[in-house]
Design a protein around this ligand. Structure first.
Ligand SMILES: [Zn+2]
Length: 156
């Protein structure tokens, strides 16, 4: 008898971990684990753990994973620079305070990417998880509420 192959349903990450997408993104922004909200992912500003100390989520999900965090970091810092430039321009209009603009913009350009580094990495991991749900072995199964490999419907 031929066995029917039933494709496994893709379960979205928020359903997998039983958390709202907003909470997942906010955890990332706070440089916490997007899956369980654990802190202390970063040992130093630039040294992070490979896996979450609580749920053992592997942060570097694929090779080149951190390219996305670079994009997030660049976008946020450029956005902040634009807002600062607009703010100063409107505040002193019609005059132009060029020295102030230079100091603020250069400070943001130099410090922004460093200060935002931890958040950009975890925020990108959160975005990536929302686009590409967990695969088996990526996280401690106790933290998965709905798992298509575990919670398969029984019956004919
Ligand atoms: Zn975790």
């Amino acid at each position: 008898m031929e066995q029917r192959r039933v494709p496994r349903k893709v379960i979205p990450f928020p359903v997998q971990v039983g958390e709202r997408p907003t909470v997942i993104l906010l955890r990332g922004l706070a440089a916490r684990c997007p899956a369980c909200g654990a802190r202390h992912i970063f040992e130093q500003v630039f040294r992070m753990k490979d896996r979450c100390p609580r749920c053992s989520l592997k942060f570097e999900r694929v090779e080149g994973h951190w390219i996305g965090s670079l994009g997030v970091n660049t976008t946020v810092v450029f956005g902040a620079m634009l807002l600062a430039l607009m703010g100063i321009t409107f505040a002193v209009y019609p005059d132009a305070n060029v020295p102030l603009m230079l100091v603020v913009e250069i400070s943001l350009a130099l410090l922004g990417p460093l200060l935002f580094f931890p958040s950009s990495r975890m925020l990108w991991t959160a975005i990536d998880l929302l686009m590409r749900p967990l695969a088996p072995g990526e996280i401690d199964p106790r933290f998965v509420k709905v798992d298509p490999y575990r919670d398969r419907p029984t019956g004919p």
